[in-house]
Design a binder for this molecule. Structure first.
Ligand code: GSH
Length: 210
């Protein structure tokens, strides 16, 4: 299998963190990583567009030749190949909760924060649009406040006492925010503690670069 990725891209970081966590838990997944340099616009090359139709990372080429170009579909596919230990949680309720939190981390924080960045300080050189940036800022601020409210009970991970894909997704978002100097956790002391302790994990060390 081949994973096409760019380390600072949040959706690629999410999948790479998932892989690192899975390996650390003993569920090793073999694949080759292929760098697609977004800053050099390699994602828009005709060769790469044949792999990923929207010119985005991550993309996974499976051993059977299927190509997946949505980060969560990639993770779910890898979970089906390597179900143990589950990166969603130990039972149905836990897994549903972790999936819900992952959606909040992605739709509520990762995408709106990335939209704010691309409308203020885009690493892809997109034009600034302050009203659009403000719209997306309001969205991620609300989602961060919601997650902060959950974390105040002192839980070590977003879903409770076990690491899940939700942690990987939020970490991918936070690295991208740091990359473009957007402080997402300024009003979130419990999430700030979670972030510091998560980044101490062995799985995070090789993936989180900034
Ligand atoms: N929904 C997709 C989003 C993929 C995506 O937008 N990737 C960004 C980086 S995180 C990208 O490749 N952007 C480059 C571009 O749009 O030119 C997923 O979850 O994989």
């Amino acid at each position: 299998m081949k994973l096409h990725m760019f380390p600072f891209a949040p959706n690629a970081a999410k999948v790479r963190l998932y892989l690192a966590e899975k390996r650390a838990a003993g569920g090793g997944i073999e694949l080759e990583e292929v760098l697609v340099n977004l800053v050099e616009s390699e994602q828009k090359s005709p060769e790469y567009l044949r792999i990923s139709p929207f010119g985005t990372v991550p993309a996974l080429e499976t051993d059977r030749g299927t190509i997946l170009y949505e980060s969560l579909a990639i993770i779910e596919y890898l979970e089906e190949l390597h179900p143990e230990p589950s990166m969603w949680g130990p039972d149905k309720e836990a897994r549903a909760d972790a999936r819900q939190l992952e959606r909040i981390a992605d739709l509520g924080v990762l995408i709106p924060a990335a939209r704010e960045i691309h409308n203020t300080n885009s690493p892809l050189g997109l034009p600034a649009n302050p009203p659009v940036a403000e719209h997306y800022r309001e969205r991620w601020v609300a989602a961060v406040a919601h997650l902060e409210g959950l974390m105040v009970d002192g839980r070590p991970f977003l879903a409770g006492d076990y690491v899940s894909v939700a942690d990987c997704t939020l970490q991918g978002a936070l690295q991208f925010a740091r990359f473009r100097e957007l402080d997402v956790l300024a009003q979130a002391p419990a999430l700030t503690r979670w972030n510091a302790s998560y980044r101490e994990r062995q799985a995070a060390q090789g993936v989180i670069l900034i």
